[in-house]
Design a protein. Structure first.
Length: 150
């Protein structure tokens, strides 16, 4: 069966290109925000610098992370319908990892609100460690979708 046979027809490759482009924006935002949190951690609660980091973090969430995640999901599900991926093992693994990435973004939002309230719940070292997770997940997702090992 040709890849163009699904409901997207000839638009399939354009949709996939747009999907991967917004994946780049999403993953870039998931790397950037925890980095901001590490620097924010070092500011005194209530200081001008503290408020400046809170504003920067809010912009990353509203302008990059949320729109990019939504577009990645919508285009990804369109691609999944087009190639009928729901029955494929690699896609189940990929979906589990992207749900985990989306949950991680949810945690980042909650943590950002606590930072904005002047709290510093985690050690910087822990925050840097957590920051490695999206990179590992992204690498596994790319292997699953390109190699399709199962
Ligand atoms: C959010 C939910 C997501 C869904 C439902 C989804 C679904 C899909 C589907 C069905 C395809 C087409 C596969 C094919 O044509 O063979 C695809 C392509 C791709 N996806 Fe996703 N995806 C999602 C998120 C992501 C994320 C987070 C990444 C990377 C971190 C990613 C990376 C890719 C890549 C690199 C391709 C192109 C693969 C190729 O050309 O063979 N996707 N995605």
């Amino acid at each position: 069966m040709s890849e163009m046979a699904g409901f997207l027809g000839l638009a399939y490759l354009w949709v996939k290109a747009a999907h991967v482009t917004f994946v780049l924006f999403w993953i870039a935002g998931l790397f950037l925000l925890p980095r901001f949190y590490v620097y924010h951690h070092e500011t005194a609660p209530g200081s001008a610098e503290d408020r400046a980091w809170t504003a920067r973090e809010d912009r990353v969430r509203r302008i990059i992370l949320m729109p990019a995640m939504l577009v990645v999901w919508v285009l990804g599900l369109m691609l999944a319908l087009h190639i009928d991926a729901f029955a494929m093992g690699w896609f189940h693994g990929k979906l589990a990892l992207v749900i985990a990435l989306s949950a991680y973004q949810g945690w980042l939002s909650v943590y950002g609100k606590r930072l904005a309230a002047g709290k510093r719940p985690l050690e910087n070292k822990t925050l840097r460690l957590i920051n490695e997770l999206p990179g590992i997940a992204a690498a596994l997702i790319v292997v699953l979708v390109i190699v399709k090992p199962f």
